[in-house]
Design a protein around this ligand. Structure first.
Ligand SMILES: Nc1ncnc2c1ncn2[C@@H]1O[C@H](COP(=O)(O)OP(=O)(O)O)[C@@H](O)[C@H]1O
Ligand SMILES: [Mg+2]
Length: 279
């Protein structure tokens, strides 16, 4: 477990203690100027994520979780500090050669309503690479199957899909360039419990089978306990603790108490017993 004022432990890195992290955020400050006033979102935030981890990022509404994912993706520029992703500054991720190295499932990520399922999935590939049409279609079909959807859905329009299917298609699109790092912003929010469970199982199998590193924002304790190798808590404008779920729960902080042990505390403890993976 690490706390805000100490460097993240590298003990977790399997077999490669000196390998650079997939995500290395050091002394990050993020701010927005709103109506002439600086609004500080992150203040000296540190977070290192090793290859193969699945980190759940939790924090109150407006605490800066989405801004953090967008910063990892290079869409927000740090006011101060450094953000390195896959060994290079996040700002360079959109450069030729690096584009598509990070996949993102956006919080309110809609599909293009005028495009078919297949064309939605293929979109980043068409944008970035000059490839023959047959290859693009094959690649998109592989990803469609990878997210558990049959090829029969390829020519459907987004308006024909359920909420769970839309999430799966958006995930297939995020994976089209075979990114080693996947960012998920509240992936199960808005899904009914069965679809959320199924989507959770899909994320777990993709994480394991593709060897992905995953950073996932979630409010859903079931999802968190079932999937996380590590949990990072964003509060007071920085990551207050980053570690195994059982250690994070024990960390004394009002947000952690309310989030994990408040009215949902009993359920949380049951889940901890239920998922030995989390302890
Ligand atoms: N483009 C922007 N301009 C100004 N303020 C922003 C912008 N994006 C986010 N914010 C502010 O940053 C804070 C954190 O936002 P966000 O990361 O979306 O929170 P959450 O943790 O709920 O995902 C909020 O107060 C939000 O209003
Ligand atoms: Mg958000």
């Amino acid at each position: 477990m690490t706390v805000s004022d100490s460097r993240p432990s590298r003990a977790y890195a399997p077999g490669a203690p000196s390998a650079p992290g997939v995500v290395e955020i050091d002394h990050l400050w993020s701010m927005f100027r709103v109506a002439g006033r600086e609004n500080i979102i992150h203040q000296d935030l540190n977070l290192h994520i090793e290859r193969g981890e699945l980190v759940s990022l939790v924090g109150g509404s407006g605490s800066g979780k989405t801004v953090m994912l967008r910063t990892i993706l290079g869409l927000e520029v740090p006011a101060r500090g450094t953000v390195n992703v896959l060994g290079r500054p996040a700002a360079q991720l959109s450069d030729a050669g690096a584009a598509g190295r990070v996949g993102m499932l956006f919080q309110h990520g809609a599909l293009f309503s005028a495009f078919s399922v297949l064309d939605n999935i293929a979109f980043p590939l068409r944008e970035l690479k000059q490839l023959p049409e047959s290859l693009i279609r094959d690649a998109a079909l592989v990803k469609l199957q990878m997210v558990g959807l049959d090829a029969i859905h390829a020519n459907k329009m987004p308006s024909d899909l359920s909420g769970g299917m839309i999430k799966r298609v958006a995930l297939a699109r995020a994976l089209i360039m075979d990114p080693p790092l996947l960012l998920l912003d509240e992936p199960t929010a808005g899904l009914d419990p069965d679809s959320a469970d199924a989507f959770c199982a899909l994320i777990r199998s993709l994480h394991r089978e593709l060897g992905l590193t995953v950073v996932m924002v979630t409010h859903d304790l079931d999802t968190l306990y079932e999937l996380s190798t590590r949990v990072a808590v964003l509060a007071d404008k920085h990551v207050i603790v980053h570690g195994a779920p059982k250690d994070v729960i024990a960390y004394p902080h009002p947000f952690i108490h309310d989030f994990f042990l408040g009215e949902r505390g009993q359920r949380a403890m049951e889940l901890l017993r239920e998922y030995p993976f989390a302890v």
